[in-house]
Design a protein around this ligand. Sequence first.
Ligand SMILES: C[S@@+](CC[C@H](N)C(=O)[O-])C[C@H]1O[C@@H](n2cnc3c(N)ncnc32)[C@H](O)[C@@H]1O
Length: 282
Amino acid sequence: MEDSSIATGVGLTALVTAALRAVETNTGDPLIRDPFAAHFVRLANTENPLPVRLEDVAGAEDRTLLKFAADGMALRTRYLDDHLLGTGAAQVVILAAGLDTRAFRLGWPQACTVFEMDRKPVLEFKQDALDQAGARPRCDRRTVPADLREDWAAALVAAGFDATRPTAWLAEGLLPYLSPAEEESLFDLVHKLSAVGSSIAVWAMAQDARGADQRLSSMYSTFGVQMTSVTNTEPRRNIVDHLPSLGWTVTENTIAELAGRYQRPPSSSRRRISLFTARYSA
Ligand SMILES: C[S@@+](CC[C@H](N)C(=O)[O-])C[C@H]1O[C@@H](n2cnc3c(N)ncnc32)[C@H](O)[C@@H]1O
């Protein structure tokens, strides 16, 4: 976590997700449109530039692989867009927001506050890029630099978070970077800060899939992204089994269900993911 820029270590993973959203945005029939995704990638100006459209990779096999990854990212993004808006929550906390631009893209309810938490270098890079693009948030957007492996509650409260109001939490693409103990502490804090009516959505690579998709990992490595060096594969308890005992009702989904719902190719369903939403009712 000593990484001082977006283009190193775990920060680079935020650029990969932005690149996949750019690729999807640049297809003929995108499931999501992220007008800032390609801008982030270009501005980061990494040594081995990440693709922002399918044509940016040479070779049919790599293009098929990139399309597969972009399809998965499109489903993930669209599903979580719809989920967050569907909660109707006026207080949203995006944990490890990375280059997520939902604060700028989505039609939030009136007087909605969206907190974005991530490491300082990531949030600084993002703010510079958004300022350059003249982006204007469609909600009361507040950024909270924090290391989510530590106790981040005070930083969130200092930014105006109100634990007496229901919150929609999002943990998208964060858990693979945490150790089992760090993941447990994170959920303990989320639970402690959640008023009745709060919800959480979690999207993570399934434990048995982490580091397993060799073809994707090797494609990412050609762009200078070593996924296996930043992910934590230690065995851990399944949070889905633990949350009900704390008063959360959990709903699990599969990417195959989402592929059907959003009419995406069934190939997207090959990815093994852990995807669930949960609602706290005391
Ligand atoms: C794969 S990206 C996902 C970003 C965003 N949620 C998305 O889906 O586009 C992972 C993000 O987790 C952040 N991250 C990883 N470990 C973190 C930590 N300990 N504290 C804060 N942020 C962290 C990284 O900086 C990066 O932005």
